[in-house]
Design a protein around this ligand. Structure first.
Ligand SMILES: *Cc1c(COP(=O)(O)O)cnc(C)c1O
Length: 359
């Protein structure tokens, strides 16, 4: 019996993917070996890696001049890797501050360059995106960094910033593959796996080939995108099992109508929950309607003293891991691709009943 798991990450995976993993755990395609036991230099694993990459390209309709790199580091490591690889001697970079994760990238970026916070919604408590007209971009910056879905604050970009010729670098960790995205607008995209791609232990980089240059002197060799790409993401042993499972998730998305279909399902799920929150007297989400994330939906109870009762009863009802992030408190429902509509419906039913009893 599978619970409805609302964790922000590591997050729920499609049940059929988990079943395939279970079936093939001991014997991958008649080899008598499980994937986690295969040499990363074996033809079997080369086949897995190749197919995973081709499926991702197909899903995103990724232009040929974009390279894919599989990294062992989590998304956080890219806050260092981006300046080390993309500054190329330029002392300036622009950052947009829209919530917890973009702020963490800013803090780390400051170790390497003069960070210009070109726009921020901190004064709005990260509840609405800063409008493009207010951005103070530096045309000489090496790149503009932003986070297109703030996993903790629950704000999402439904538009792509216009930044002229400066490469746009985006952390898509928590909504990667949730809907079609035009990657050609970006210099570089990165995403940690454990939100919407697969198990923890992997992050993906999509980078335009002209930006792929040797990293700054002194960069640890594993953090050099250029050499990692030229080694087919195998400068050292990659997270083979995680890459395999990510590949199974890509196949699952393809089989279920691709990103178009994911987009429809995700919008339907999110609207179900937001419509409920908006008519409720007990719960509230304070993000501006047009900037609300379709993936991560934070909400608070009018009476925070009820939080623990809510979480305990939800857990007992098979609705798991709804506790909000420690920096914002309250509750959060993460409803990635793998969360079925029935899961969100079950949550709304539970919340309706809870409000009737405690509201
Ligand atoms: C989870 C998350 C991160 C951090 O990921 P790690 O894999 O723990 O390093 C960074 N950015 C965003 C948007 C995230 O959701």
């Amino acid at each position: 019996m599978r619970a409805f798991n609302f964790s922000a990450g590591p997050a729920t995976l499609p049940t059929t993917v988990m079943e395939t993993v279970q079936e093939q755990l001991l014997d991958w395609q008649g080899t008598g070996m499980g994937v986690m036991e295969l040499s990363h230099r074996s033809p079997e694993f080369a086949h897995i890696l190749n197919e995973t990459e081709l499926d991702l390209r197909e899903l995103l309709a990724l232009p040929d001049h974009y390279r894919i790199i599989f990294c062992q580091e989590g998304a956080s490591a890219h806050w260092d890797m981006i300046p080390l690889n993309l500054l190329q001697g330029n002392p300036y970079a622009d950052y947009i501050e829209t919530g917890y994760w973009s702020y963490r990238a800013i803090e780390e970026g400051r170790r390497y360059c003069n960070v210009n916070i070109a726009a921020s919604n901190r004064s709005d408590h990260f509840s609405a995106l800063p409008e493009m007209g207010e951005w103070r971009l530096n045309p000489k910056a090496a790149y503009v960094h932003y986070c297109s879905n703030e996993t903790i604050d629950g704000v999402e970009f439904f538009w792509t910033p216009e930044v002229g010729n400066v490469p746009l670098v985006v952390d898509m960790s928590s909504h990667f593959l949730s809907r079609p995205m035009d990657i050609s607008k970006f210099g570089m995209v990165y995403a940690g796996a454990q939100k919407n791609i697969g198990p923890a232990g992997l992050s993906l980089v999509l980078i335009r080939d002209d930006l792929l240059k040797p990293a700054a002197p002194g960069t640890p060799f594993l953090m050099d995108y250029h050499s990692q790409f030229h080694a087919h993401s195998m400068l050292n042993t990659p997270p083979t099992f995680t890459i395999w499972v990510a590949g199974l998730v890509f196949k699952w998305i393809k089989k279920n109508g691709g990103l178009q279909q994911m987009a429809l399902r995700n919008a339907q799920k999110a609207h179900l929950l937001y419509d409920f929150l908006d008519q409720s007297e007990l719960y509230r989400n304070s993000v501006k309607a047009q900037d609300r994330s379709l993936m991560n939906i934070p909400f608070h109870l009018r009476e925070p003293s009820l939080d623990e009762v809510f979480l305990k009863e939800a857990d007992r009802a098979g609705l798991k891991q709804l506790r909000g992030h420690r920096v914002v408190g309250g509750m959060r429902a993460s409803i990635y691709n793998a969360m079925p509509l029935e899961g969100v419906q079950a949550l709304v039913n539970f919340m309706t009943d809870f409000e009737r009893r405690y509201g």
